[in-house]
Design a protein around this ligand. Structure first.
Ligand code: PHE
Length: 346
């Protein structure tokens, strides 16, 4: 008995010592102290011993049980502490390091100006319509009263795609598309990209326009003047001077170009000490809009009766307005995506 107890004690303590995980130690506990464990069986065997041996053997076995329980408990605690120390070491982070900065984007200056223009019209009850960037000749030219060999086609150097399709040179085709599918009254704006074969400091091959038109019975040139004067004074400032000059567009009659007083020289044509203003070329005025009363010929293309209906239309260049508003002298800055430029807005 004594010898076997000693072996048991040695073996169990040895095994506890070599345990490296909570599972291992649990295994040893079950094998030794569990229901069918080695020590438990021995304790159960006590009753078979002769009466005089029982107290001593019982005492020894109980001592062993206490010893095992203590050692298991100790080893268990050690293992947990080691695991925790390892986690702390492995998962250590240096909270003094600088973090990853989240850059916030900004709204592009063209989008800002476009939204502002749309807001003004929205406030006056205009609807927003859109049309395709890739257009057919009929909507971009023909139905706008610009026939095949009309010299007015030269006003807009066109990018042709293939089989009669082209990149729209203005947003005016959306006038046609809208009127083809709807009846007056119409009060609509068309913001969008347009394309022309042109590329320098003030012309970009892709730029943006906001087209607008109003069609109903009894719309007159006075409505055109009233609406556009109000809109320009909202976009620029309440006291900006506005001037209407006679002009020509094949799809409007009469036609006008609309100028605002130069924002740089305030309409004087000169800046500091009599130097001429380069932005308005000393004229004191900046051309900002093309407009006119919709030509009866256009109404005939879309099946409106020009005896019953009349309307006005206009188109403005968004880049030009943005350049004037922010004092930008090169249109290409809008499309180079230089963050040093873009960060100044919005
Ligand atoms: N479509 C013309 C242009 O791009 C502008 C315009 C629109 C003029 C509507 C009159 C009426 O130059």
């Amino acid at each position: 008995m004594n010898e076997s107890l000693e072996t048991l004690q040695q073996e169990v303590l040895e095994r506890i010592h070599h345990c490296n995980s909570e599972t291992e130690i649990e295994e040893v506990r079950v094998e030794t102290l569990g229901r069918g464990g080695r020590l438990t069986s021995m304790l159960r065997g006590l009753k078979d011993l002769p009466a005089e041996e029982r107290p001593r053997a019982g005492e020894q076995l109980n001592r062993l049980r206490k010893l095992f329980e203590e050692r298991i408990e100790d080893r268990f605690r050690q293992i947990k502490e080691q695991a925790r120390a390892k986690t702390l070491k492995d998962e250590w982070i240096d909270i003094t390091l600088p973090g990853t900065r989240w850059e916030r984007g900004r709204i592009h200056p063209l989008t800002l100006v476009m939204d502002e223009i749309i807001d003004v019209f929205w406030g006056m009850g205009f609807e927003i319509a859109r049309g395709p960037d890739i257009e057919d000749d009929y909507h971009n030219f023909e139905a706008l009263n610009i026939p095949q060999d009309h010299p007015a086609r030269d006003m807009q150097d066109t990018f042709f795609v293939s089989n009669g399709m082209l990149l729209r040179t203005h947003t005016s085709p959306v006038q046609i598309r809208t009127m083809e599918s709807r009846k007056p009254p119409l009060q609509i704006i068309v913001p969008g990209a347009v394309y022309r074969h042109d590329d320098d400091a003030t012309h970009s091959p892709m730029f943006h326009q906001v087209e607008g038109f109003m069609v109903d019975r009894h719309i007159t040139f006075a409505d055109l003047k009233g609406v556009l004067t109000h809109v320009l004074q909202q976009i620029f400032s309440q006291d900006t001077g506005v001037r209407f000059r006679p002009s020509f567009f094949p799809f409007t009659e009469p036609s006008a170009e609309i100028d605002i007083q130069c924002l740089i020289c305030g309409g004087k044509g000169t800046i500091l000490e009599g130097q001429t203003c380069r932005v308005c070329k000393a004229t004191g005025w900046l051309e900002i809009l093309g407009a006119g009363m919709i030509d009866p010929e256009v109404f005939r293309f879309v099946g409106y009766d020009p005896e019953k209906f009349s309307g006005f239309a206009f188109g403005m260049g968004v880049e030009r307005i943005a350049m004037l508003k922010y004092g930008i002298d090169d249109i290409r800055l809008f499309f180079q995506n230089d963050l040093r430029f873009l960060r100044q807005f919005g």
